[in-house]
Design a protein around this ligand. Structure first.
Ligand SMILES: NC(=O)c1ccc[n+]([C@@H]2O[C@H](COP(=O)([O-])OP(=O)(O)OC[C@H]3O[C@@H](n4cnc5c(N)ncnc54)[C@H](OP(=O)(O)O)[C@@H]3O)[C@@H](O)[C@H]2O)c1
Length: 330
């Protein structure tokens, strides 16, 4: 079958003939109709996620998929042949940019009925990340105030909508050209990061969802109230993640590299939590319900045919996408 691979760390992505995926007893095999790209895909290609995800080249890329179930393992109870589904693949079973994938049924959910395969493929990683950041990482409850960075990005534009669905007041950051876009997604306050300093625009937030990392995390802690939380997904991990996921030599390095962030946490009385999202079929079913009710609209920047996947990666890496980049597989 055809799949998108990188033959070694740092190599260009290419469409190649690869072996069919192996199906376990609890797996469903999905004929993939569409997949979507995430920055994680080029981070894996470049070896930047190597310490947490020890994948051996050739690297099978892609983790967000929508398609039709074409076979089920003997222990599968929740899915049937012919189901239209979507899934965020398991961390060590990537390879969604392919004609077929296998996934444990616990990570799979029925595709929203009113979404195309491309729209459904856009959702899993970004919506699960947003839901887990807001509801679990920051433990937010209705009425609280959250800042979501990069509101026009793949994560941000879905996080704004999910935050509104959770009953939150939402501020977001974006460049001038995307002000109207994030406003119509439901943001209550829009901060143009090219014109305003974050610390002048907001203060005393209950939480910040920081997808940018680096210096942004220091600013995020500075605008969070005492007892509040900054959930980060785009920068350096925290000590708990380093201990759980990284090799023995990494925690002291992370400890040293995050000293400014830890100093800011102590100064502000706010905490920083690093989130490494997890696949979850039950949460994906909840997300599908929001799409079907019209509360959550998948946002697509552009769709590409499989043959143009290298161009799609280049567009993603420019970092200016408004919503998600989708690859049409079949
Ligand atoms: N740890 C995890 O589990 C996890 C999960 C999901 C994502 N992530 C990470 O989160 C990051 C974001 O992912 P993504 O899919 O949202 O990326 P993306 O779609 O590529 O983000 C692009 C967007 O970022 C915006 N942006 C760039 N610089 C900005 C700034 N200084 N302030 C505000 N907005 C800015 C751009 O808007 P403008 O053109 O308006 O600037 C653009 O719309 C990536 O590093 C990704 O790997 C981690």
């Amino acid at each position: 079958m055809k799949a998108v691979i990188a033959r070694r760390y740092g190599a260009a992505v290419e469409v190649a003939e690869v072996a069919e995926p192996e199906m376990g007893p609890r797996d469903v095999r999905i004929a993939v109709r569409a997949a979507s790209l995430n920055p994680l895909d080029f981070k894996i290609r470049d070896g930047k996620a190597k310490l947490a995800l020890a994948l051996k080249p050739p690297l099978h890329l892609g983790c967000d998929v929508a398609g039709v179930v074409e076979a089920i393992g003997r222990e599968v109870t929740r899915a049937a042949i012919g189901d239209e589904v979507f899934v965020r693949l398991e961390k060590l079973r990537m390879g969604g940019l392919a004609e077929r994938v296998c996934a444990d049924e616990q990570f799979v959910a029925k595709k929203p009925k009113n979404a195309s395969f491309g729209e459904a493929a856009a959702l899993p990683l970004v919506t699960l990340t947003a839901l887990q950041a807001l509801r679990e990482g920051a433990a937010l409850v209705p009425g609280q105030r959250v800042l979501i960075h990069a509101g026009a990005g793949g994560v941000g534009c879905h996080a704004i909508q999910i935050a509104k669905q959770l009953g939150l007041w939402v501020a977001t950051t974006t460049s001038t050209k995307n002000l109207a876009f994030v406003k119509q997604l439901g943001a209550d306050q829009v901060i143009d990061y090219t014109q305003e300093k974050l610390r002048d625009a907001v203060q005393d937030l209950d939480a910040v969802f920081d997808t940018l990392g680096g210096a942004s995390e220091i600013d995020s802690l500075a605008v969070t109230k005492r007892g509040g939380t900054v959930v980060g997904v785009g920068g350096m991990p925290d000590a708990a993640f380093a201990k759980a996921w990284l090799p023995w030599f990494a925690p002291p390095v992370i400890w040293f590299a995050t000293r400014k962030r830890r100093a800011e946490e102590a100064k502000r009385g706010a905490k920083f939590v690093y989130l490494f999202m997890r696949p979850d079929g039950t949460q994906l079913a909840e997300i599908a319900g929001w799409v079907e009710s019209g509360a959550l609209k998948p946002q697509i920047h552009k769709a590409y045919p499989l043959a143009d996947v290298a161009e799609a990666f280049a567009e993603l890496e420019r970092g200016r996408a408004r919503g998600k980049i989708v690859i049409e597989i079949s």
